[in-house]
Design a binder for this molecule. Sequence first.
Ligand code: NAD
Ligand code: UD1
Length: 343
Amino acid sequence: MKILLTGGAGYIGSHTVVALVDAGFEPVVLDNFANSHPVVLDRLTSITGQPVPLERGDVLDTPWLEDVLRRQQPAGVVHFAGDKAVGESVAQPLKYFHNNIGGAISLLRAMEAVHAEAPETAPTLVFSSSATVYGDPASMPITEDFPRGHTNPYGHSKLVIEDMLYALNAARPAWRVGVLRYFNPVGAHPSGLIGEDPAGIPNNLMPYVAQVAVGQRDHLNVFGNDYATPDGTGVRDYIHVQDLAAGHVAAIKALLGRDESFTVNLGTGRGHSVLEVVRAFERASGRAIPYRIAPRRPGDVAQCWADPGLALRLLGWRATHSLDEMCADTWRWQSGNPNGYRS
Ligand code: NAD
Ligand code: UD1
């Protein structure tokens, strides 16, 4: 059974390719390599032992997408493609509204057009949403019925796409749509062959810590130690990308098997502070991670973690990897590929 992965060459997409192959699916990667590298396909071949088909192009190109859907006839589509840097979205909002919202509209229109030609199969879509749609939540843990909000154009684009999907699904109940709200994906495949390869200075904690450990940056700035958390630093629900990838397989199986749409959190249900992450990475790497306390980062919340109970009930999925495993796998990837895919 073929599954088309837009943005399949990216960080989460590439790990999901491996999980889909392991589960007996045939993933097809669609990517324009705006934020990834074609060499990832060679790495995926090494891991899976089989070539992974590639459709190289842009999700904004609706006629081309229709052609891809007609040729490949996937049983389902996972829509990862999009831009994801919060700071950049504040500086360049139109880029985010165009690529993220425009990309989703383009894909949905292509799916709708191709579905009209073969109405017997229900369109099946999994969408990469984010815990960012909860804005600044009033309490923890976060359940899916919490009020949604946004604090930046990236988060706004995710919220608008969710709303588009809900409206479409209301008008077309035959569509099967799985909205997955990821918490903080970290880690890498245990082979060390694929991982997160951020362009420029990493915005997120784990890749930054990994670059300090490998000697590319001299220290970590800890953004605030005066939050109302046990050690004063920000607390997040870090989830191993391997668990996240397994969550996509579970979502696809549930959509194909049950004809039901859903929105679920993919998190571990546990929060870790910045300093806990630093200590875990020091254990995993055997390196010291020098850090300095810096001012709070504007827009940051003190704490954020999921109630992952609905994903367990609906999908039979739960995260199993510990923070130590997340750090060990990140370290294996970072130390083996200090310059990412350009190594
Ligand atoms: P990524 O940047 O590594 O992967 C995205 C992929 O999409 C890249 O390979 C990029 O080249 C491709 N792409 C972008 N625009 C495209 C276009 N117009 N046409 C074709 N391909 C295009 O990001 P990721 O971390 O793997 O994230 C995947 C999805 O998950 C994104 O939608 C992101 O917003 C969402 N998400 C990520 C995180 C996270 O922390 N990584 C958290 C929550 C949600
Ligand atoms: C960020 C995004 C969020 C996105 C999520 C995906 C922002 C404001 N938010 O959230 O929209 O959904 O990634 O994973 O960018 N930290 C440091 N020093 C650093 C980097 C981070 O102390 O150099 C701290 C942060 O203050 C935070 C924690 O580490 O407490 C995690 O930060 P990060 O990895 O950027 O994730 P989020 O802030 O949760």
